[in-house]
Design a binder for this molecule. Sequence first.
Ligand SMILES: Nc1ncnc2c1ncn2[C@@H]1O[C@H](COP(=O)(O)OP(=O)(O)O)[C@@H](O)[C@H]1O
Ligand SMILES: O=C(OP(=O)(O)O)[C@H](O)COP(=O)(O)O
Length: 398
Amino acid sequence: MRTLDDLDVKGRRVLVRADLNVPLDGGAISDDGRIRASVPTIKTLVGRGAKVVVCAHLGRPKGQVDPKYSLGPVAARLGELLGQDVAFATDVVGESAVSTVESLQDGQVALLENLRYEPGEESKDDAERGAFAAKLAGLAELYVGDGFGAVHRKHASVYDVPKLLPHAAGGLVEAEVEVLRRLTENTERPYVVVLGGAKVSDKLGVIASLLTKVDRLLIGGGMAYTFLKAQGHEVGKSLLQEDQLDQVRGFLDEAGRRGVELVLPVDVLAAVTFAADAEHAVVEATAIPADREGLDIGPKTRELFATKLADARTVFWNGPMGVFEFDAFSGGTRAVAEALIARTREGALTVVGGGDSAAAVRGLKLPEDGFSHISTGGGASLEYLEGKTLPGLAALED
Ligand SMILES: Nc1ncnc2c1ncn2[C@@H]1O[C@H](COP(=O)(O)OP(=O)(O)O)[C@@H](O)[C@H]1O
Ligand SMILES: O=C(OP(=O)(O)O)[C@H](O)COP(=O)(O)O
């Protein structure tokens, strides 16, 4: 991959695809880790006299303008972190974007509105995506791919624009790929992957391939309930991917055949509703009451997972073990994080990936240097570990 050093950026408009998909709490940014991670590349370009046009997505507004997902607050925070104004375009490729970009002087920075307000960004139709990509590319002369958390998405800003402009990988993408490569080459064993979170349908797909690579797979968070249901247990109102039960039964069989330990929760915190102050109780994972939902792994599971991590030499963790944003349901995530921190101290390679997983580590005030690496990408890291060709990396290599 070409890097920033291969581009002559002085005086030129450079479109930087960043991942600024930060968690919001009532409209306020609750963790700015991804914005911070994007700063070094932008600063480098500013220092070299480029006109920097940053583009990014926030949430999943599905091709519709939805003020809840405006990047406005992110522009303000990016400006604070850069120590300079960030001009904010109130559309993606419309009049505001064009005039904002045209008025940039060398060393100035602009941020475009949420890419996912435009249906072309995520379209499966090559022509529709291509047409949007052409408009986006028209705003700049060069392209830098630095949104590691989105490189697994075949989206216009990630995959199509670099085909239209001279391009390079930014420093964040370079650094992330370097660490993940260490996880795939000469992996020290036992190799344990811990999966949780809420993007269940997205991430179930990686399991088939992980089963060929890992010694143990620990499943918690919202991911666990589809497995428990596939084993025939009642999961009440817990997060469930009904249409993937057969696939999950296949994983359970495959793990057995391969001798991979697939470890599921044995107890959970079952709440009457999805709320910070919800009444809840510890119940066996095989007996979740029909009117309750599992919002965290229980105390016996925390111990079990710690035991299964105790001899690991390589660990990758994506996805919180529970709804860590609510104090009452953050204990499982804390326990797994602490088990990884203990392994790091013993010299194991420990990587945490994902916007929310990284935010959880910081939000729970756990030491960031307790892990070998905290990646900005969850789904992206997992697909990299699968050995898949990631669209956003392939496009940068071409
Ligand atoms: N049991 C659960 N039920 C509902 N949501 C959950 C559960 N466990 C974890 N979550 C949610 O998962 C979200 C993070 O999932 P995900 O986006 O897949 O992780 P990451 O961003 O780290 O890749 C968090 O907002 C958390 O509240
Ligand atoms: O948050 C992200 O991924 P992650 O939750 O897997 O870390 C990225 O910004 C990608 O977002 P998407 O999963 O809506 O495409």
